[in-house]
Design a protein around this ligand. Sequence first.
Ligand code: PAF
Length: 284
Amino acid sequence: MEIITRQQRMASVAKKLRRDNLVLGFVATMGALHEGHLSLIQKARQMCDQVIVSVFVNPTQFNEETDFEQYPRDLTADAEFLSPYDVDYVFAPEASEIYGDNFTTFVTVDDISDKLEGSSRPGHFRGVATVVTILLNTIRPDFAFFGQKDAQQVAVIRRLVRDLRFDTEIVVMPIVREESGLALSSRNELLSESDRAAAAVIYKSLQAAKEAFENGEKSSGNLTDKVSEVLDSEERARTDYIALVDPNSLEPVEKVGDDPVLLAVAARIGDVRLIDNVILNEKQ
Ligand code: PAF
């Protein structure tokens, strides 16, 4: 496993691999790697000849300077985490390698970036779309792997890749959960032990709505009320939003029909804001 820190070296290594007709798989991360990332890496390993993982805490997607500064960074621990999994390259640039002098070009995926997470994190998806564009242009992978936990990020990246004709196929992997149901996230590390136990209520609330849906409930109002009822039963939880939307356009859905719909939640447990989701009517 080679660790590459220079953007030009990453681009030339990837170019050579493509010339050798190798299928390139790419997993973009901000480090603090966990089993959720692992599922992406393992899928990339299965599907591709070469696996490249980026570790880059992207400054342009943080709304608050302190959040950016406090984001966990430990490349040695991340490299150790990756070492058993046959990753070929880790791309771990400094911010100056990605955003050079006089960097003024940003990528905005209109409309869907402003919904859900976008309303409390203005500019977040502009930062994500911009860095993903730079990473895809550097590596030009055949496949790039993302986690369903960040459902809106998936919608934004799919749209970006479609609209700007990137020659990369996006592969989305299911959410990986702790035994309690809590979705794996680097942010879970910020939870106290009791808050971590309380955070299991988020998935419980989604499961309650999913069960109601499977028993015939189709109304958005009733399904989101179900989520809210369960979340409110946990005194440490404060709901930010509960939304039933189309997974691609993120437009609200009033009544679930035959198509898949995304039921998404954001809630604070203590000081930590967590997101989670389930798909209703998921096509197998
Ligand atoms: O999901 C993440 O970790 C980040 O948003 C990503 C896709 C690596 C872009 O910085």
